[in-house]
Design a protein around this ligand. Structure first.
Ligand SMILES: Cc1cc2nc3c(=O)[nH]c(=O)nc-3n(C[C@H](O)[C@H](O)[C@H](O)COP(=O)(O)OP(=O)(O)OC[C@H]3O[C@@H](n4cnc5c(N)ncnc54)[C@H](O)[C@@H]3O)c2cc1C
Length: 361
């Protein structure tokens, strides 16, 4: 069956686009390799918030019970139930998105998608079976994964990313976390609340370096009070994974020497999922950020927003205001190497009628 639109990736970007396009009368399929809801519902925002709630409740009971007039004999917890509750919350919400697909008549296709040619999407299901779908337009919304360190590669046990940190079968006694952004700080709070000795290592002068200074400063004080070691302004000069434990040699105002723990979470950022294969040959050129932004607007307008009277005038006014705020316009896009986004950029590639997006890194 030929679709108007095939969306590859069922995360918040993909499922919203698929459902909205279907509501606007398009025949839509959404191809998802894992579970509807993407990182956010399955391995990001939602399961971490469920774990944070668990940690908050336990922290409250262990540190403030007496203040609230509560008494417990041998207060304890079951780690597998803590993890299990977070997985159940994710399951329920992912099921909710699958229900929305059904309700909005989006065909939900489970499997790994690849662009096989203009308007052609190949899908390999988990049982190895293959199918070829066709569409007038393809939207790639395949999201991101944890960025690793070349000198300390992920191994799923002693060196892990956020996904593994959410489902560790055993709670470690000690943990190192490289990077004190939102994800690093969330895991520091969760594990520390349950008694793991946590050390956060951050090269910037404060934790949450991309937030307002006041926020980072206030949170750092609170985390230190709770027992988390926050080594800000700290450089890692050497790192070694011994399998049973990880060693980091650090230089900074609070610590100079070797830190060691059974588990190290690398939380230095994200990188695009690069698994979407695009058939070679008719990929004309990679475009730069400015052109990518324009393509995104095209996609959003075409699939998501119905055209409104006066919309063009509104866009012109918006561009003028943007120009006044941002100064001279960006230079026109230069052709680049297809499929190889430069680091630190959002890359969009025109591929026949496929629109390809590698998220910003
Ligand atoms: C630990 C953590 C905590 C976070 N907490 C928050 C938070 O509190 N608030 C917040 O706003 N954001 C949070 N985020 C960020 C948020 O998860 C992302 O911004 C969001 O998920 C991006 O949505 P997306 O649709 O672009 O990509 P994703 O959600 O990553 O979805 C992409 C989907 O594409 C699928 N896919 C990839 N390749 C293929 C393929 N070839 N074929 C088929 N399917 C494919 C993947 O399986 C995935 O389901 C968090 C992220 C992490 C990792």
């Amino acid at each position: 069956m030929a679709y108007d639109l095939i969306v590859i990736g069922g995360g918040p970007a993909g499922y919203v686009a698929a459902i909205r396009a279907s509501q606007l009368g398009k025949k839509v399929a959404c191809v998802e390799a894992d579970r509807a809801g993407g990182t956010c519902l399955n391995w990001g925002c939602i399961p971490t918030k469920a774990l944070l709630k668990n940690a908050e409740v336990y922290h409250l009971l262990t540190s403030k019970a007496a203040e609230f007039g509560l008494k417990f004999d041998n207060l304890s917890y079951d780690w597998s139930t803590v993890i299990g509750r977070s997985r159940k919350v994710s399951e329920r919400l992912a099921g909710g998105i699958e229900f929305l697909f059904k309700k909005n008549k989006v065909d939900y296709v489970r499997g790994l998608g690849s662009v096989e040619g203009t308007g052609k999407v190949g899908v390999i299901a988990t049982d190895g079976s293959r199918q070829l779908l066709e569409a007038k337009d393809i939207l790639i919304a395949t999201g991101c994964k944890s960025r690793g360190l070349p000198t300390l590669p992920f191994n799923g046990k002693s060196v892990i990313g956020s996904k593994e940190a959410m489902v560790l079968p055993q709670q470690p006694k000690e943990m190192l976390i490289i990077g004190a952004g939102a994800i690093g700080v969330e895991f520091a709070y969760i594990y520390n609340a349950f008694g793991t000795k946590v050390t956060l290592v951050e090269m910037a002068p404060r934790i949450l370096p991309v937030e307002d200074d006041e926020v980072g400063d206030a949170l750092e004080k609170s985390l230190i009070k709770q027992g988390i070691r926050c080594l800000t302004n700290t450089k890692i000069t050497a790192m070694k994974d011994h399998g049973s434990h990880v060693e980091l040699t650090v230089e900074g105002p609070k610590e100079n020497g070797v830190l060691s723990a059974e588990v190290c979470i690398v939380a230095i950022g994200i990188q695009p999922n690069g698994e979407v294969e695009v058939a070679q040959g008719d990929v004309p050129a990679a475009t730069d950020l400015a052109a990518g932004h324009r393509h995104r607007q095209v996609a959003v307008r075409r699939f998501v927003r119905p055209r409104r009277a006066g919309a063009q005038q509104h866009r012109q006014q918006h561009r003028q205001r943007q120009g006044q705020r941002q100064g001279p316009a960006l230079p026109p896009p230069q052709p680049g190497r297809a499929g190889k986004p430069a680091r630190g950029r959002t890359a969009w590639i025109r591929h026949g009628r496929a629109l390809i997006w590698s998220a910003s890194v």
